[in-house]
Design a protein around this ligand. Structure first.
Ligand SMILES: [Cu+2]
Length: 460
């Protein structure tokens, strides 16, 4: 071996083994975020250029360039998240918030992530969907020792393929994900990619769910299915930001699911295509139009559409219980049951007793019941025409003419052009409606038609 080659090789070896130790001596300052508002897109100040995403009620963490390596610092720690206005929940997250910050890099970037544990128990981070050396995969006990409280670990790999990914603990993960530990990872393509279109708006959020008893602040971590706070990025409607688009914009939406059940995500007014999964971009020939896409447990879906219809369009999970706030499910159906004379009798024993659901549950949308402090109401959102009767995995896509390209502010309520709004019929009334309590045809008249025994245990 020539002397020059020897030194070149030695230098490389030194760099590979000692850079992280040198860098550790000067740990990057962790960026933190206290606000649950949607932060504006972070235009990359250095490195390869890309079109940044907008994280709903979240933010993208800045990085430090260190000899061509993008260095990030995540701090796992307890946080207090304002899940809805006035409703605060004790969660665990990263850098001040749950979810943690979005990490955005470019295909081919070398990435070094310092992870400091300020939790009361050990943790790890798994980089969901990434191609990386096995020892960087973040599975406690299998690929690395757990990160003990107070310790900092370093993960380093090349972001090899573009796409939508996430990160979450792979140590005591049932507890740590029930407490809100998760974040998004976006790897942008370098240059033009045959299956990745240019878009004008690029939104991202994670689906998560918590079980917070009315009046309490800390989620129950052992709940498997009976969650009652249904969130996107640890926010519940009406506290989820709207997605804003200028008419004609191509819009991408990246959705990841870290709950215990699937969520059929449904968009009104537009068709979309699933253009990517956590496995990567979907080839053009494998796409078909949808208005609902199911995001199963542990999956990511990337959808795209042209926002060509003006208006305020609902965007929500199609499991109707997931667009509700804290509620019990063991409630008997009272539709069609005659309560006459009943309330007064019960109120002698339970003075606050209210009969609910005789005509359906819609009355709940306006009803103000006394609730324990720090309880998320069951149905809370209000629109220009009244209560929306929603409170969970719901928000709006607001399409407007002539918005500024970088304008992500809520443009307010949609003004419907004359002749485009559903209206009340003013002609002759319909024939007298049948009373609600008359048995439906084909039902034995002696058999009660409405009230049925509650099934044991509701499965979502
Ligand atoms: Cu859902």
């Amino acid at each position: 071996m020539q002397r020059r080659q020897f030194f070149a090789g030695a230098a490389t070896a030194v760099a590979a083994t000692s850079v992280s130790r040198v860098a550790l001596a000067a740990l990057p300052e962790p960026a933190t975020q206290a606000s649950p508002d949607t932060a504006p897109p972070l235009v990359p100040p250095n490195g390869r250029p890309y079109q940044p995403v907008v994280t709903l009620n979240g933010w993208t963490t800045p990085w430090r360039m260190n000899q061509g390596v993008k260095e990030f610092h995540l701090v796992a720690e307890p946080v207090v998240r304002e899940v809805a206005p006035g409703f605060f929940v004790n969660l665990w997250g990263y850098n001040g918030q749950s979810p943690g910050p979005t990490i955005e890099v470019v295909e081919g970037d070398r990435v070094r992530i310092f992870v400091t544990n300020r939790l009361p128990e050990h943790t790890t981070i798994h980089w969901h969907g990434q191609r990386l050396p096995n020892g960087m995969d973040g599975v406690g006990g299998l690929t690395q020792p757990a990160i003990q409280p107070g310790k900092t670990f370093v993960y380093e790999f090349v972001a090899r393929r573009p796409g939508t990914f996430m990160y979450h603990p792979h140590a005591d993960e049932m507890v740590q994900m029930a407490m809100g530990m998760m974040g998004l990872w976006i790897t942008h393509p370098k240059g033009q990619h045959p299956h990745i279109a240019k878009v004008q708006r690029d939104y991202a959020f994670l689906i998560n769910a918590f079980d917070v008893e009315p009046g309490s602040k800390t989620p129950k971590v052992n709940t498997m299915m009976e969650h009652n706070i249904w969130c996107w990025n640890s926010r519940a409607f009406p506290a989820i930001s709207p997605l804003v688009a200028r008419r004609g914009d191509r819009v991408r939406m990246r959705v990841g699911n870290l709950t215990m059940t699937n969520h059929p995500i449904h968009l009104h007014g537009h068709e979309f295509e699933v253009t990517g999964t956590d496995g990567g971009p979907v080839p053009l020939t494998a796409r078909w139009p949808e208005v609902t896409t199911d995001v199963a447990v542990g999956q990511m879906r990337q959808i795209e559409f042209t926002a060509d219809e003006l208006g305020d369009w609902a965007l929500h999970c199609h499991k109707s219980h997931h667009t509700m706030g804290a509620m019990g499910h063991g409630v008997p159906t009272m539709i069609g049951v005659d309560h006459k004379g009943l309330v007064g009798k019960i109120q002698k024993i339970v003075p606050d007793y209210m009969v609910m659901g005789e005509r359906g549950m819609a009355d709940m949308g306006t009803m103000e019941m006394p609730l324990p402090d720090n309880t998320f109401p069951m149905m809370t959102g209000t629109g220009p025409f009244g209560p929306l009767e929603m409170g969970g995995m719901f928000t709006t896509l607001k399409v407007r003419q002539g918005l500024g390209a970088s304008d992500y502010r809520d443009p307010g309520d949609f003004q419907h052009p004359p002749g485009t709004l559903a209206y009340e019929w003013q002609g002759a009334p319909a024939a007298t409606p049948r009373p609600a309590r008359v048995d439906a045809p084909g039902t034995a008249p002696t058999e009660p038609s409405a009230r049925k025994p509650a099934a044991s245990g509701h499965q979502h």
